[in-house]
Design a protein. Structure first.
Length: 284
């Protein structure tokens, strides 16, 4: 994998209250004033949640990896079920919800933001866009050559992040195939930088990643996003949009948790969420 073609913004640049972070300031009227609250987020949404946390925690109440951590979906929902964290921010699969609801009888799922699942191809691929039906058929193995969708006479190589670990796989299954894909040769990729790299290295490739994370974290000269139904992932009309939710136990006794949920539902809280999730870069 040619990492020279990929600029990665280190995750450490998004750790709240570090002197060298790149999180932006937003004036808020709400503050978390004790150090008991524990929040985790799927890696794709950690930078945005870090921006939220820096603007609502009192600095002395925030502890790195305790107050906010980034974890896989399987760990995040397991930690929530076992009471090791107070809130998890992600997109759940049916399996995730069943796992938590065995122990959390009053699980709350509150949408806070809509993100889009961007479809990546190699920059040398002449295909500029697909319709949703074509995309589904590619991932179901019904379309296996780029020539069938206006591209070169080359086999399509499908790449995916591993199922149990990554939230984008949940979105992919919900929005594209509605079940586990039937034909995914060369699919298992462990980490998001590796996914972007392998799509950049393989001219026959296709992959997917959440737009807010891709645009904020990576600048790849070898990959680009294609349109779906003629619409780019930056548009509110893009068809692959998903509710990113905060999951928590309604019976959790921590007052700060319920104050936070109430604040994020307020007009000011919604503006903070929008501010934190929006990327300043518009990479396509």
């Amino acid at each position: 994998m040619n990492k020279e073609n990929l600029l990665i913004v280190p995750t450490i640049k998004f750790v709240p209250f570090r002197k060298d972070n790149i999180l932006r300031k937003f004036e808020t009227s709400f503050r978390i004033t004790d150090d008991e609250l524990k929040i985790s987020a799927a890696s794709a949404f950690y930078p945005a949640m870090a921006g939220i946390c820096q603007n609502i925690f009192e600095p002395h109440c925030f502890t790195e990896r305790k107050s906010l951590d980034k974890v896989s979906n399987s760990k995040g929902f397991s930690d929530l079920a076992e009471g090791r964290i107070d809130m998890y921010v992600s997109l759940a699969s049916k399996k995730n919800l069943e796992q938590v609801q065995k122990k959390v009888k009053r699980l709350q799922c509150v949408p806070i933001f809509q993100d889009t699942l961007a479809i990546l191809v190699n920059k040398n691929n002449p295909v500029k866009g697909l319709n949703l039906s074509q995309l589904k058929n590619i991932y179901l193995g019904k379309i296996q050559n780029w020539q069938e969708v206006g591209g070169n006479d080359l086999a399509i190589h499908n790449y995916q992040l591993t199922a149990e670990k990554n939230v984008s796989r949940n979105a992919f299954n919900l929005g594209i195939t509605e079940r586990e894909p039937a034909n995914l040769p060369q699919s298992d990729i462990e980490a998001m930088p590796d996914l972007v790299n392998v799509v950049g290295d393989d001219s026959n490739s296709i992959g997917n990643i959440f737009w807010s994370y891709y645009a904020r974290m990576y600048a790849s000269v070898q990959t680009r996003c294609i349109t779906i139904d003629g619409v780019p992932p930056t548009s509110k009309d893009y068809p692959l949009r998903f509710d990113i939710c905060m999951y928590y136990d309604a019976d959790n006794p921590k007052t700060q948790l319920h104050r936070l949920v109430e604040y994020l539902a307020s007009e000011e809280g919604k503006k903070l969420i929008e501010f934190a999730f929006q990327s300043e870069r518009k990479v396509l």
